[in-house]
Design a protein around this ligand. Sequence first.
Ligand SMILES: Nc1nc2c(ncn2[C@@H]2O[C@H](COP(=O)(O)OP(=O)(O)O)[C@@H](O)[C@H]2O)c(=O)[nH]1
Ligand SMILES: [Mg+2]
Length: 170
Amino acid sequence: MSFINYAAREINCKLVYYGPGLCGKTTNLQQIYSRDLGTIRGFKTRFHLYTVPGQVFYDASRKLILKGADGVVFVADSQVERMEANIESLENLGENLVEQGHGLTTLPHIIQYNKRDLPNVVPVADLQSTLNEHNTPWFEASAAQGIGVFETLKGAAKLILTDLKNKMAR
Ligand SMILES: Nc1nc2c(ncn2[C@@H]2O[C@H](COP(=O)(O)OP(=O)(O)O)[C@@H](O)[C@H]2O)c(=O)[nH]1
Ligand SMILES: [Mg+2]
């Protein structure tokens, strides 16, 4: 549901960072802030970044923040002991998207495997088979060190813009 400002020749996209509590969503955003990432058909594209609260009981807030999203970055916490929380959060994302007439198959989304710098992390191949059912683009990151943060953002932007071009072409 991107907002197109014809006067300013600007397209505004909403990108939501989703994931369990303490996985590093806010850290990603702190490294970035709001970014312009290229043009499409002469329109400058501007990305507005949001993050949801991870704790289970904040589901109403998550639903509100997800509304009108053009894309989602699912930030997974790579630590072994957070796998359960990752799975739960990903399921929650799927459910909330379905409620909004979407699904992980129709909304551009990518996965970031964060905290790769820690010693107790799950191998990427295992994360892939557990969390990446739709075989969507994924990136490894250590957001606290700024590693993989922009690659993730650019990957998400690319998916969103491709999706938008397809919609504009219809
Ligand atoms: N070691 C490590 N810690 C991280 C990384 N990313 C975030 N953190 C830390 O994890 C904690 C939670 O991060 P935060 O961004 O607040 O998580 P949020 O709840 O998803 O917003 C903070 O102490 C961060 O510094 C990372 O890549 N590696
Ligand atoms: Mg946060």
